[in-house]
Each structure stands twice: as structure tokens, then as C-alpha cells.
Design a protein around this ligand. Structure first.
Ligand SMILES: *[C@@H]1O[C@H](CO)[C@@H](O)[C@H](O)[C@H]1NC(C)=O
Ligand SMILES: *[C@@H]1O[C@H](CO)[C@@H](O)[C@H](O)[C@H]1NC(C)=O
Ligand SMILES: *[C@@H]1O[C@H](CO)[C@@H](O)[C@H](O)[C@H]1NC(C)=O
Ligand SMILES: *[C@@H]1O[C@H](CO)[C@@H](O)[C@H](O)[C@H]1NC(C)=O
Ligand SMILES: *[C@@H]1O[C@H](CO)[C@@H](O)[C@H](O)[C@H]1NC(C)=O
Length: 422
């Protein structure tokens, strides 16, 4: 590298053209590495229901052929917040369901408490609709914004943050399905609102909230991999005058080091590029497989900008980009099939790997297509039955070549991964 840097441009061109094509840059992680798990993986009826619902063709034939084979954990299958299609997200129970249904990687979204402990929550300020905090008067009183019922003109409101309470207080709460009823006139109504295609079946006994450290111990006990996401703070940083964003990003990594976890099992993620660069520069063993969650693609202009930025991000040491599913897919020119998007092609060109999110989050696929749901917006015209989800997975796996897929119900992705040896 130093040699090349001092060579003149013309000498460099001559030198590189005389050499064989360079081997792809070695990556620290090994896609396809099987987790060291001895779990008796059980997928339940849903993947079979979806396979049965598929359009006839070779993909369906292949998936039917795997019906009776034993299933095992796969790194390709990532438990998005655990298995929140049916279990309260980021609870012990949700992580158990993810592990049992073959997720090889399980996600803890990381936020901090008032005593600067790290806990698993999708957002620093979601306690009012992912836990029962509003039903516990002494903790509800600590919320940033207390509950106000709906009236004729305004919806019900509340805002309760992990940073409002201590870890000990957080651990007294129960996790619930992520939902709220904006028309609520009282707290018990507010805590309802779960969509009909999810379930409150596991909502009634207290689902256990997890600290980040507890999530590490639990996921490690199964021999599975970790994908913590550093959630953007909802309070001004430095918090309490001296807790900086770098302290927070470092603390997340330190908890894996303290637990003796090999960095090759940790896939730290962030939507904030500076967090990813921080890990690459300060914790290179972990930064090597940091995941840049890319929401720039949400606008047309941002999509173009994101695509154009990929070579520069690769040059800065980023290895894995993670946009939402829609950004990786397109409808073919003849309007009949799903093909990789310009983003997917540009990432491959730049030598970047891809992880994507999130399957099984949109409800029934017919509804998703009719609503042009976020995750399938780019392929809505060619999705019209639940079984089409496996076509989406197949294009992501075989044509885009993603490393893994986040899912709210890991069984679906695990079934595909086992069938195709991923
Ligand atoms: C999670 O649940 C398991 C099984 O029910 C239990 O043994 C374990 O102690 C729980 N862990 C936490 C942190 O609640
Ligand atoms: C409804 O609530 C909003 C916000 O709290 C308030 O500004 C408004 O005056 C209320 N309207 C009525 C009719 O009480
Ligand atoms: C909440 O409001 C509903 C509808 O008015 C009522 O039936 C219910 O008893 C109330 N619950 C509590 C806990 O006050
Ligand atoms: C940070 O500030 C808090 C007060 O807000 C203080 O108690 C604590 O000792 C400080 N920590 C460090 C590392 O300076
Ligand atoms: C989708 O494909 C069309 C051609 O069929 C192309 O013009 C368009 O740029 C593609 N969009 C993306 C985001 O890949």
C-alpha cells in the first residue's frame, strides 16, 4: 500500500494492469459460518403455510422438497427485536422464540438508563407503548411527558424514556406488544391497539425486559451471534453533562469485551455514520463487521446520494450496508419479476456486503401490497399473495447476495436458509 501510494499515476496504471485481478479484500467475518448452537430448532407451521401459498414453479418445488428435513440455526436468519410478530419485542420470551425458530443472530437495540446502564429497547423513548410503565403510577410520574387522554381534537399522548428511570426501575416493568391506541381515554385503553395480525397471546404474563448485559449472557448461552444497535439518543448529548456519544458507543463494545465474546460474533449496527466510523477507528476488531443502517434511501434524492457514496464508504473501511428491503429490489423492465436495484448493484460493485430489514413486519402481504407498504414499495406490483414472501427472500439471497435478513418471525428465513444451505 505504501509503495503504491508513492508511485506516479502512470506507473500505477502500468503496475496494476500487469498484475492479475486483485483477490477480494479479506473480511474478518465468514458468511455462511454456522453458529455453534445445539438448539433443537423448531419452525412451527408458518413457513409451511407460506410455501403452500406460493405460485407454482421451481422455487416452490425446491422449498417443498425441504419440508421434512431437520432444521438448524442459521446466521442468515436474524431475529429482529427477537420474534415480535407474536412476542413482546426485546423480552426474554421474544429472544427465546427467535432462538428456537433458528435465528443465528439476535438483535438487542441499545438505549441507556438514567444511571447509564444499557438496556434493550427499540427506541430510547418508547416505554409508553412497549411496556406497562403508564400503569405504574410512581414510574409513570417520572416520564418525560405524562399521559394525556385523547379529547375531541387531539390524540392521546405520552413520552417515557429509558433515560427517565434507573436500570433497577426498568427491570420492574413488563414488556408488551409494540402498540398504542391514540383514541384512548385512559391508560388501559392506551396500552391496547395491537394489530389483529399480531397477537396479545404472550402479553398477559409479565414478559421480562432485558439489560444489554443480560441479552449477551442469554444469546451466548445458545452459542448464537449478536447484533446490538446503538439507538440514537433522544436526549441532548453529552447526557448529564459528561456522557458523550463516544462514551456510549464505547460502552456497547466494552460489554462484549467484559463478557469475553469474540468480536467475530458481534455485528454492531447504527443509523448514525459517525458511530460506525467510531468503531472502525477505535475498535477495529468490532468495526470490521459494523453494519451501516442506511435510511438515506427513504427519499428519491437520498437514494441517489446513497448509491453515489458507496465507493467512498468502502474506502473508509465500511464493509456492510443495511438498507430496508425495498431499496434493494426493483421490478424487471418487462414488469413480471423482482430484480436487484441500482443500490444492490452499486454495493456489489463497491465490494460491500449487505444485510437487510425487515421481513414479517408488514402483516399479510396482500394488504402490504395494497398499501404499498414501506418494505415492499418497490415490488408491490408483483406481490399479491403471502407466499410471494419467499420470492422476495430468494431474490435477496441469490441475486442481491445478502449476508442475512432481519425478520420479525425468524422461522420463515430459517426455513429458506436451511433449504438452500445458507
Ligand atoms: C429468561 O428466561 C429463562 C427461561 O424462562 C430463565 O431461565 C432466565 O432466568 C430468564 N432470564 C432473564 C434475564 O430474565
Ligand atoms: C385537546 O387537547 C389539546 C392538547 O392537549 C388541547 O390543546 C385542546 O385544547 C384540547 N381540546 C379540548 C376540546 O379539550
Ligand atoms: C377506561 O375507559 C373505558 C371506556 O370508557 C372503561 O370501560 C374502562 O373501565 C376504563 N378503564 C379504567 C382502568 O379506568
Ligand atoms: C459525570 O457527571 C456526574 C454528575 O452529573 C458525576 O456524578 C460523575 O462522577 C461524572 N463522571 C465522570 C466520569 O466524570
Ligand atoms: C428500476 O428499473 C428501471 C428499469 O426497468 C430503471 O429505470 C430504474 O432506474 C430502476 N430503479 C432502481 C431503484 O433500481
Amino acid at each position: 500500500m505504501h509503495l503504491l501510494a508513492i508511485a506516479s499515476v502512470s506507473a500505477l496504471v502500468a503496475l496494476t494492469s500487469a498484475l492479475p485481478a486483485p483477490a477480494p479484500a479479506p473480511t474478518y467475518y465468514s458468511p455462511g459460518r454456522q453458529p455453534q448452537s445445539n438448539l433443537n430448532v423448531q419452525l412451527g407451521p408458518r413457513p409451511y403455510y407460506l410455501v403452500n401459498d406460493m405460485d407454482e414453479g421451481p422455487l416452490k418445488d425446491k422449498l417443498v422438497s425441504c419440508k421434512e428435513t431437520p432444521k438448524k440455526s442459521s446466521q442468515f436468519s436474524i431475529g429482529h427485536r427477537g420474534a415480535p410478530l407474536q412476542f413482546p419485542e426485546h423480552s426474554n420470551q421474544s429472544y427465546h422464540a427467535a432462538a428456537r425458530t433458528g435465528a443465528g443472530v439476535i438483535e438487542c437495540d441499545v438505549a441507556f438508563t438514567s444511571d447509564r446502564e444499557l438496556v434493550c429497547r427499540h427506541s430510547q423513548c418508547d416505554l409508553h407503548y412497549t411496556t406497562n410503565i403508564l400503569a405504574i403510577p410512581e414510574l409513570a410520574a417520572k416520564c418525560t411527558t405524562p399521559f394525556t387522554p385523547a379529547n375531541g381534537t387531539s390524540p392521546a399522548t405520552a413520552n417515557c424514556c429509558t433515560s427517565d428511570i434507573t436500570l433497577a426501575e426498568f427491570k420492574t416493568l413488563c414488556a408488551k406488544m409494540e402498540a398504542f391506541n391514540p383514541q384512548a381515554l385512559n391508560v388501559s385503553q392506551y396500552l391496547g391497539g395491537t394489530p389483529s395480525w399480531r397477537t396479545d397471546l404472550y402479553n398477559y404474563q409479565c414478559a421480562t425486559l432485558m439489560s444489554h448485559k443480560e441479552s449477551i449472557a442469554l444469546i451466548d448461552s445458545w452459542g448464537l451471534d449478536f447484533t446490538p444497535e446503538l439507538k440514537e439518543p433522544s436526549v441532548e448529548m453529552p447526557f448529564q453533562g459528561n456522557y458523550t456519544q463516544a462514551d456510549y458507543a464505547q460502552q456497547l463494545i466494552d460489554e462484549y469485551k467484559e463478557a469475553g465474546i469474540d468480536p467475530s460474533r458481534v455485528w454492531p449496527q447504527s443509523f448514525v455514520p459517525e458511530d460506525v466510523f467510531y468503531w472502525i477507528e477505535n475498535e477495529p476488531d468490532f468495526g470490521r463487521q459494523a453494519v451501516y443502517l442506511d435510511e438515506r434511501v427513504d427519499t428519491a434524492a437520498g437514494y441517489v446520494e446513497a448509491v453515489a457514496s458507496l465507493p467512498d464508504l468502502a474506502a473508509r473501511g465500511v464493509k456492510i450496508m443495511a438498507p430496508a428491503i425495498f431499496a434493494l429490489l426493483n421490478v424487471s423492465a418487462d414488469g413480471t419479476s423482482i430484480v436487484p436495484s441500482t443500490y444492490a448493484d452499486a454495493a456489489a460493485e463497491a465490494g460491500l456486503d449487505i444485510i437487510t430489514w425487515s421481513l414479517e413486519r408488514s402483516g399479510p402481504y396482500r394488504m402490504a401490497a395494497e398499501m404499498e407498504n414501506y418494505y415492499y414499495a418497490s415490488v408491490a406490483p408483483v406481490i399479491n399473495n403471502d407466499g410471494d414472501v419467499f420470492t422476495v427472500v430468494d431474490v435477496l439471497a441469490q441475486q442481491v447476495g445478502v449476508l442475512g435478513i432481519f425478520s420479525d418471525w425468524p422461522a420463515t428465513v430459517t426455513y429458506y436458509a436451511n433449504c438452500f444451505g445458507l
